[in-house]
Design a protein around this ligand. Structure first.
Ligand code: ATP
Ligand code: MG
Length: 246
């Protein structure tokens, strides 16, 4: 079963979600680590990243470092993360604030993705923020996902207001004709009081009912959500089998 992932029709996934800080990197890294543990050669990509400053000598963004480390990937930062802006906002605004005139080279991003895809059995691409983050004036994360053309996984939080965000993101994905592989509900906020527990326990059922999209996993709130812990949870949720199924 596991070994067949290398021969799946799907060679990768695009991880997006309803917002920034929703757990895209945490879960992408967990997924990369789980698949690596199963002996699968994992490619990773974070085409656009931003931050207050570059993370280190080797990685412009912390996300790229975590994705690479969790997946035991050997690529260098330039191919994993072609675009980095040292202002933590949407790339379109970041470029304006930094007074950069550069145009985004979509062909180059796609070539880099194809190059990564060719050398790996499965590639995990993390978007930036949510689907309508502008990368340039007429080019949004949803357009990027559409061009990379692999199924998307939608990461959703579980708090008051999440249903609205989930349905909006789902509807937008369908409007952009993205193939939705499934939804992962991430309890990235801690709620232990009634009625929040009652509401949050029902989110999965409601989301499945309203979207018809499969829930691939539900991640509990973790004080220290390391990629190995997330990998473990994803495995228990049967994510590999769910990814393999059409
Ligand atoms: N299940 C969880 N339990 C507790 N904390 C979590 C959980 N999931 C994510 N977090 C925390 O939430 C924060 C944001 O997560 P993460 O960086 O994965 O979000 P993101 O969607 O990738 O953000 P960005 O849009 O900046 O790329 C991190 O500090 C992470 O440790
Ligand atoms: Mg991230």
């Amino acid at each position: 079963m596991i070994n067949s992932i290398g021969s799946m029709k799907t060679k990768g996934v695009f991880i997006t979600g309803s917002d920034t800080e929703i757990g895209k990197t945490t879960i992408s890294a967990g997924l990369g680590n789980l698949l690596f543990q199963k002996g699968i050669k994992i490619g990773v990509m974070k085409p656009f990243a931003t931050g207050i400053k570059t993370y280190s000598k080797y990685f412009k963004s912390h996300d790229a470092k975590l994705l690479k480390e969790a997946s035991n990937n050997k690529d260098n930062d330039d191919i994993i993360n072609p675009y980095f802006y040292s202002v933590p906002t949407a790339p379109y605004l970041a470029k304006k604030l930094l007074k950069l005139n550069e145009n985004i080279n979509v062909g180059d991003i796609l070539n880099k993705y194809k190059e990564i895809e060719k050398r790996h059995e499965f590639t995990i691409v993390e978007g930036i923020g949510g689907l309508m983050v502008p990368l340039s004036k007429n080019f949004f994360v949803a357009d990027l996902a559409s061009i990379i053309n692999v199924p998307v996984i939608l990461i959703m939080s579980n708090k008051i207001g999440s249903i609205n965000h989930i349905i909006m993101t789902y509807r937008l994905s369908t409007a952009f004709k993205l193939k939705i592989k499934g939804i992962i509900i991430n309890n990235n906020c801690k709620f232990s009081d009634f009625p929040f527990t009652l509401i949050s326990n029902k989110l999965q059922v409601i989301v499945e009912e309203l979207t018809g999209v499969k829930i691939l996993a539900t991640i509990p709130y973790l004080e220290n959500p390391t990629f190995t812990k997330i990998a473990n949870i994803l495995e228990k949720c049967g994510i590999i089998e769910k990814l393999e199924s059409e």
